[in-house]
Design a protein around this ligand. Structure first.
Ligand SMILES: C[S@@+](CC[C@H](N)C(=O)[O-])C[C@H]1O[C@@H](n2cnc3c(N)ncnc32)[C@H](O)[C@@H]1O
Length: 214
């Protein structure tokens, strides 16, 4: 997500410091302790300005939500749209390429990937959040069954991801090439609203991976 440099960045970051965690690594293996309960933990990677995860957290107080985002400007904007603290929501400023430094084995109960950067050039495919090496990392941090939901309007990224999930032995639970026609009451993201208003169809997949008992 392209953002112009925010004005008064330091001041605004200071005002949001309760909500934006900068040292995610120090909470690895301790996220339930952080939230102070034993509720499931759901993670969104690349949460942008937060519309999706904020809405989910408000609707589902018995689920803990973590939004991971590498752009601090997005996180500040997300934090500033929250009027009263939501106890089951936190943002983490971090690059998901090192996700194993922030979450322990089985620590996350569900993962959302919404409108991830498509990285269309073949030489950049390893940067895609659904590149097989990344899916293998998600299998480590996700509890059994590893549950991932993905949405994108980008058909190239979508087809690549469907193939990548297959390669990593994820089972398809649901798939749609036109989510807004196939389902009602969808919680949308900022990009989803933008692309839907332009007439683009939204692709959606939910997959599971069943870990073998050790
Ligand atoms: C196209 S935007 C979509 C934002 C939001 N999910 C939406 O649907 O409106 C992709 C977001 O993912 C973030 N992102 C991309 N790669 C990331 C990574 N490796 N770790 C964390 N965030 C990442 C970008 O900074 C950007 O905010």
């Amino acid at each position: 997500m392209r953002l112009r440099k925010l004005k008064n960045l330091d001041k605004r970051l200071e005002a949001s410091k309760e909500l934006i965690i900068q040292d995610g690594e120090s909470h690895k293996g301790r996220w339930k302790f952080f939230f102070g309960n034993d509720n499931p933990v759901h993670l969104e990677i690349g949460m942008g300005k937060g519309q999706f995860i904020i809405t989910l957290a408000q609707k589902n107080p018995n689920i803990n939500y973590i939004g991971l985002e590498k752009e601090i400007g997005c996180l500040i904007k997300a934090a500033e749209r929250i009027e009263a603290r939501i106890p089951n929501l936190i943002f983490v400023h971090f690059d998901a390429s090192n996700i194993l430094d922030v979450f322990s084995e089985n620590e996350v109960d569900k993962l959302y990937l919404n409108f991830s950067d498509p990285w269309p050039k073949a030489r950049h495919e390893k940067r895609r959040l659904t590149y097989i090496d990344n899916l293998e990392k998600y299998k480590v941090i996700l509890a059994n069954p590893c549950d991932i939901e993905m949405k994108t309007d980008n058909i190239g990224l979508f087809e690549f991801s469907v193939e990548s999930f297959k390669q990593a032995k994820f089972e398809t639970i649901e798939l749609s090439y036109d989510l807004h026609k196939d389902k009602e009451n969808i919680i949308t993201t900022e990009y989803e609203d933008k692309f839907t208003s332009l007439g683009n169809k939204i692709n959606y997949i939910q997959v599971n991976y069943h870990k073998e008992a050790k």
